[in-house]
Design a protein around this ligand. Structure first.
Ligand code: COA
Length: 258
């Protein structure tokens, strides 16, 4: 029987105290399928337990970080199919006690951007594009981003991101404090690896205690669960179904009659 927590679409490796979790579905812009979430969630669980893993690096193959949740999986869930596995991954990343470094070479859509709010060091390409088009899909923000994004960049900018689908370049993201540095694309992975290596040599007890002090973990988890409940309802709405169908049919959605 195949292990449901492994897939070729996520590459997981460990070296020198750093676990790399690499989205590996470049032909679909690294859209995250349920199998991919499950693999990443299992890897994070292993990283919590394994003392030899001190830092996690989230990265990707190809030009995109991720185009967000696989919309075919969302469409299936909206019709009563398997519930999105995003939920488990989001809770794992929210509760992950060790430092996480992210390398974003290009597109970071939806959860691709909201997961960055749970990373501790973020390196983006200058021309990366960060968007959270939840309302475009008749959905609502997730991963506690409805709380964390306004706290990070203010209400007005966050609202434009969520409700209008406005995005930021990597350069803007660094200026706004969503990333540590915006770099030429080819320097993103080396910079992130260097930072992860440096972090792995730090006194991990102190690093983890500092991370914990900096985040109100309980409040973040509670907000994420509140969002999830509403997200689940929205997923089953006629509006969301129209948005997913429109994506599949490669046309603009028409919400006017709904
Ligand atoms: N789910 C499933 N498939 C996706 C996907 C997603 N989130 N994002 C991209 N893909 C697929 C496309 O269907 C296409 O597949 P095909 O080659 O079999 O037709 C392939 O990846 C390449 O995407 P394409 O749309 O041709 O690339 P693009 O550069 O023109 O646009 C995006 C890239 C990301 C802007 C566009 O694909 C998009 O808007 N995707 C949906 C993003 C989204 O809403 N995510 C959920 C957020 S909550």
């Amino acid at each position: 029987m195949t292990d449901p927590t492994t897939t070729d679409l996520v590459k997981i490796s460990e070296a020198n105290g750093v676990m790399e979790i690499v989205w590996n579905r470049p032909d679909k812009k690294n859209a995250l399928s349920n199998a991919m979430y499950r693999a990443a969630t299992a890897a994070l669980a292993r990283a919590v337990e394994d003392k030899s893993i001190r830092v996690v690096l989230l990265a990707s193959e190809g030009d995109s970080f991720t185009s967000g949740n696989d919309l075919a999986d969302f469409a299936a869930a909206s019709m009563g199919g398997e519930a999105p596995a995003a939920h488990g991954f989001i809770e794992a990343i929210i509760q992950f006690p060790k430092p996480i470094v992210a390398a974003v070479p290009g597109l970071a859509v939806g959860v691709g951007t909201t997961m960055l709010l749970h990373c501790d060091l973020v390196f983006v390409a200058n021309d990366a594009k960060l968007t959270t088009p939840f309302v475009n899909l008749a959905l609502v923000p997730e991963a506690a981003s409805s709380m964390l994004m306004p706290a990070r960049i203010g209400h007005a900018r966050s609202f434009a991101m969520f409700a209008l689908g406005d995005g930021f370049t990597g350069e803007q993201a660094a200026q706004l404090g969503l990333a540590n540095a915006a770099l030429p694309k080819e320097q993103v992975i080396p910079a992130a690896r260097e930072a992860a290596k440096k972090l792995a040599l730090r006194p991990m007890g102190a690093v983890m205690a500092a991370k914990k002090l900096m985040r109100d973990g309980e409040k973040i988890l509670a907000q994420s669960r509140t969002e999830s409940a509403i997200f689940g309802e929205r997923l089953r709405s006629a509006e969301a179904m129209e948005a997913f169908t429109a994506f599949r049919e490669k046309r603009a959605p028409d919400f006017s009659k709904l």
